[in-house]
Write a protein that binds this ligand. Structure first.
Ligand SMILES: Cc1cc2nc3c(=O)[nH]c(=O)nc-3n(C[C@H](O)[C@H](O)[C@H](O)COP(=O)(O)O)c2cc1C
Length: 224
């Protein structure tokens, strides 16, 4: 089939170079941790923006790029988020969470209080777009479907976390449940579904993190 194409821009590395680069990436990613205790120190906006630019290079179903990254900067909007999130989280921890879920969360030491939502200098709210309005030539609008939205946005968020970490910033992957209040506060259209809330900043001096471990490679990787 005829379709517009361009020459692939690909750098073929020597094996040694490839090995060194991936080992360096592993060493860097091993030091990424979810941080829940942030310093109030400001973060340059361009660092966050470049990380979002990296995330937006992610592959996506039919290249529909079904994501929006909302960087919350407005102080008034910003102030509304902690209260709304804590109300949902309180309900979750005190009523909706199953005993099994609470037991799994216990080693992380988390509860309904979310002070990091006030201290982290930036909040990025990632939205997933299942379908979006598209204006047609005749002036009407149709709803255009996106594909593999969850998978695509998940990949983009992974790249975002990696890019923010590479930029020397700390993040938390936060999923207040339910998250619809974020769309309301941020005035996002109905077709954008809140996917994850990512506080970004520098860790507070002396910040601690839960002592969690990764499964050994042999447990998670299978050769078939
Ligand atoms: C999809 C997802 C949702 C998460 N939701 C929350 C959350 O709502 N609150 C929180 O404190 N941590 C949350 N986490 C962070 C995990 O607890 C954390 O990634 C895990 O314990 C491993 O710790 P680490 O990220 O420091 O390596 C979430 C992580 C993922 C991937």
């Amino acid at each position: 089939m005829d379709y517009p194409s361009v020459r692939l821009d690909f750098e073929r590395l020597g094996e040694e170079e490839g090995r060194a680069r991936v080992r360096a990436l592993v060493a860097s990613l091993r030091r990424r941790r979810s941080v829940r205790d942030f310093a109030p120190d400001p973060v340059p906006l361009d660092l966050v923006d470049a990380a979002i630019e990296a995330a937006a290079t992610a592959p996506s179903g039919a290249n529909r790029q079904p994501w929006r990254f909302v960087v919350v900067r407005d102080a008034a909007l910003r102030r509304r988020i902690p209260d709304a999130a804590e109300a949902e989280e309180r309900d979750f921890y005190e009523r909706r969470a199953t005993p099994e879920w609470l037991a799994d969360l216990a080693p992380l030491g988390t509860d309904w209080r979310k002070p990091f939502l006030e201290t982290a200098p930036f909040l990025i709210v990632v939205f997933a777009v299942d379908h979006e309005p598209e204006r047609l030539a005749d002036g009407t609008t149709r709803s255009r479907k996106n594909y593999y939205v969850r998978e695509s946005v998940g990949i983009a968020v992974g790249m975002l976390l990696t890019a923010l970490h590479t930029a020397g910033l700390a993040t938390l992957t936060h999923t207040p449940s339910p998250m619809r209040f974020l769309a309301e506060i941020l005035g996002r259209p109905r077709h954008e579904r809140p996917y994850v809330l990512i506080p970004v900043g520098y860790p507070a001096p002396g910040a601690c993190v839960p002592d969690v471990r990764r499964r050994a490679l042999d447990e998670v990787r299978v050769f078939a």
